[in-house]
Design a protein around this ligand. Structure first.
Ligand SMILES: [Zn+2]
Length: 209
């Protein structure tokens, strides 16, 4: 037992847990150690590895590998951007294959449009005077969340929920507006981006009907 961890070895690659490993590594349900590199071979998301077995993780690694292989044939037919000038790429869509992917994160993973169960724009606002926060979300399209008088939007996310997903994810989140002091132009760009995604989904679903 040393200063930099207890020398546990990764159950997949055998790499020893170091100081960084103790930060980025994780223990599985059976107590086995999973290093950060091997964890990254699974799809990134809100996955609680402490509830998973070695076989679960092996399955997830394979699913991510298969998914990335499939993603090599991705052809962008539509790009959805946010930002005040609508120039910050957020989502890329391959309507021919029925896929989409995160434009900012080149992790090679693709997601099926047909697996989407719902999508929402979630907005957090602060009251200008008291600084009080509250959440607001909507399932109502085309009704996007409105900012009440005397409030300003501080956070805006597009959340895409999956009915099923081969990588084991139940949702994806996208930041629509900058995290720090967004101004009105930023917020407007974020709304327009969410709107464009909603429109794309409507078109896609109509085309498949
Ligand atoms: Zn490893």
């Amino acid at each position: 037992m040393g200063l930099f961890g207890d020398g546990e070895k990764c159950v997949f690659c055998g790499k020893e847990q170091g100081f960084l490993g103790s930060v980025f590594g994780i223990n599985l349900a059976g107590g086995e150690y999973l290093c950060g590199d091997c964890r990254d071979k699974c799809a990134a998301g809100d996955i609680d590895f402490s509830k998973l077995t070695v076989d679960d993780v092996r399955g997830m690694m394979q699913a991510a590998k298969d998914n990335r292989m499939k993603g090599q044939t991705f052809q962008v037919t539509r790009r959805i951007s946010t930002g005040r000038y609508r120039d910050e790429k957020l989502i890329e869509v391959d309507e021919r294959h029925g896929w989409f992917r995160k434009a900012r994160e080149e992790n090679g993973l693709v997601y099926n449009l047909d697996d989407i169960f719902n999508f929402t724009m979630n907005v957090e606002m602060s009251v200008l005077e008291s600084g009080q926060h509250f959440d607001l979300s909507t399932y109502e399209y085309p009704e996007l969340p409105k900012c009440p008088d005397g409030c300003r939007v501080t956070i805006g996310k597009l959340i895409i929920w999956f009915a099923k997903n081969e990588l084991g994810l139940d949702k994806l989140e996208f930041d629509l507006i900058p995290a720090f002091s967004p101004d009105e132009g930023d917020v407007r760009g974020g709304y327009a981006c969410a709107h464009e995604f909603f429109e794309m989904m409507r078109d896609y679903r109509n085309a498949r009907r």
